[in-house]
Ligand binder design. Structure first.
Ligand SMILES: Nc1ncnc2c1ncn2[C@@H]1O[C@H](COP(=O)(O)OP(=O)(O)OP(=O)(O)O)[C@@H](O)[C@H]1O
Ligand SMILES: [Mg+2]
Length: 239
């Protein structure tokens, strides 16, 4: 049986004085697998990711997760704009892996190889990089804590299609070469289909369907998933 690196049981979180949140969600991610969370905008994907990574405290339920690395959609907002990339990476090591701080130069060199960037990026400010390069830095920062699972919340949504493909290829490579589990969050069915082994469909904060990627895409069992599969419908809701 495969080892679970992350398991969520009956997780509920509701925003205060609101009927929005996530309701009774159960899911798990096996070592080395890429699991997708798919659903339209506002269905609760980021809320769920924030609960799993303890950015929000769940009202009830259980979360059993090994070490998490978090990749943001809008990494621009998460990177201090006044600091060079080299400084940002070093400070991330100081914070997330202090025991290794004295080896930070070597760690940074090897992590840049992992994300296929050369060392010239270290001398740049975040706004001097392309969107794709910035997202690679976001992934590098998540990898610096040696995570067992990456939670990637819409990691390619802010990128144009060609760059999306390159970053997806990189995420797949990291999954294979490091046997790194990935919880991949997206509203884009094409992206999820390309990368995920297993998928949970979320609607109004609840899991409405789940299954192996190809099964789910070829035999969707709910109307909601059928609608998500209808690309014209998707285009209409993701303008
Ligand atoms: N701080 C908050 N207070 C109240 N409601 C919130 C708060 N943050 C988010 N929500 C609501 O909770 C719901 C779920 O939001 P969430 O950000 O998890 O959706 P999402 O699936 O990640 O959407 P997207 O695909 O646009 O990123 C939305 O209706 C949102 O408006
Ligand atoms: Mg979101």
């Amino acid at each position: 049986m495969s080892e679970k690196v992350c398991e969520v049981k009956n997780l509920t979180y509701m925003y205060p004085k609101s009927d929005k949140g996530v309701k009774n969600v159960s899911l798990y991610v096996n070592k080395g697998s890429i699991v997708g969370l798919l659903g339209e905008s506002g269905c609760g994907k980021s809320t769920l990711a924030k609960c799993i990574s303890s950015q929000l405290k769940a009202d009830s339920g259980e979360i059993i997760c090994q070490k998490i690395g978090y990749v943001f959609q809008d990494n621009y907002a998460s990177l201090n704009p006044s600091k060079k990339v080299g400084w940002l990476l070093k400070e991330t090591i100081r914070y997330s892996n202090p025991a290794e701080f004295e080896n930070s130069d070597e760690i940074i060199k090897s992590i840049l190889e992992d994300v296929e960037l050369d060392s010239t990026v270290l001398e740049h400010l975040p706004n001097e990089l392309s969107g794709g390069q910035r997202q690679r830095i976001g992934i590098a920062m998540a990898l610096l804590s040696n995570p067992d699972i990456l939670i990637a919340d819409e990691p390619v949504s802010a990128l144009d299609v060609t760059v999306q493909k390159q970053v997806i290829k990189l995420i797949k490579k990291l999954n294979e070469s490091k046997n790194l589990a990935i919880l991949f969050i997206s509203h884009d069915i094409k992206v999820v289909r390309e990368i995920c082994n297993y998928i949970y469909i979320i609607k109004d904060g609840e899991v409405v369907e789940e299954g192996d990627s190809e099964d789910l895409f070829t035999h969707p069992s709910t109307e909601y998933t059928k609608n998500l599969l209808d690309s014209s419908y998707l285009e209409n809701i993701n303008v």
